[in-house]
Design a protein around this ligand. Sequence first.
Ligand code: ADP
Ligand code: MG
Length: 280
Amino acid sequence: MSEDVRTAVGAEADLPAVEVTGLRVTLGGTPILAGVGLSVSAGEWVTVIGPNGAGKSTLLRAVAGLLPADAGSIRLFGTPSTRLSRRERARVVAAVAQSPVVPAGMAVVDYVLLGRTPYIPPFGRESAADLAVVADVLDRLELTRFASRPLATLSGGERQRVFLARALAQGAPLLLLDEPTSALDIGHQQEVLELVDQLRRDDGLTVLATMHDLSVAGEYADRLVLMAGGRVVADGPPREVLVEELLATHYQARVRVIDGDHGPLVVPVRATGRRADRPG
Ligand code: ADP
Ligand code: MG
């Protein structure tokens, strides 16, 4: 974490990056998060898994300060989230939404520059330092050659890297990634996740993500948090969360869990006997 960020949040190095306790969120009159607790250490990678509608995106949006809580608290590096101004929060936490809205016709470089907004004075212009950060991020994500291209003309994988670039340009020590790879083929999926992991090791970033592919989720995260029905139903290392009984209960899925090089691999399997009517 950079000194200015640490000063901005008044944080101590050993405080958790994220500490959520008893979080309740209601949307459109419906309780969506029903008392969620979660802690993420600085430098850790935690991935939230769970069936559609479990509340994963809502949790990330609440941690990003985009949704008000009915009850409970969210602390970022020790500071209650409610005590941070928008600008202060944006220097601490950068989020990539599940389906970011792409401003029509905007060039890649201008989109990534939006990440520097919390550092640009109101009614001011970006500084040479802001442009240098953007150039560096574009370079690290191999996006320099796309800099002047309209975002809409990029492929899904290229665009996903641009979303990540904007978040990284923000220079925040906490990165929230909501299904960062769901639009990507397996090659680009690995490329993006390896890149995030590299940045985590180089820059000491903390990563809180959501992911649908359970094997991939387990390969990259230190810890998995399984959510269902607006609650945390399991929290631990991948080996403890990716177990057949838990997944069968909460996903209504029939899976087999096998040992992989980097942890458990989850394979969906059909019920036995379902192929009996097929010829051959
Ligand atoms: P997940 O990311 O785990 O799939 P979400 O957090 O997106 O789940 O959504 C959790 C639940 O909240 C879903 O049932 C969804 O329909 C509901 N929800 C999300 N946004 C709203 C809203 N603005 N008004 C009412 N319900 C919402
Ligand atoms: Mg979601």
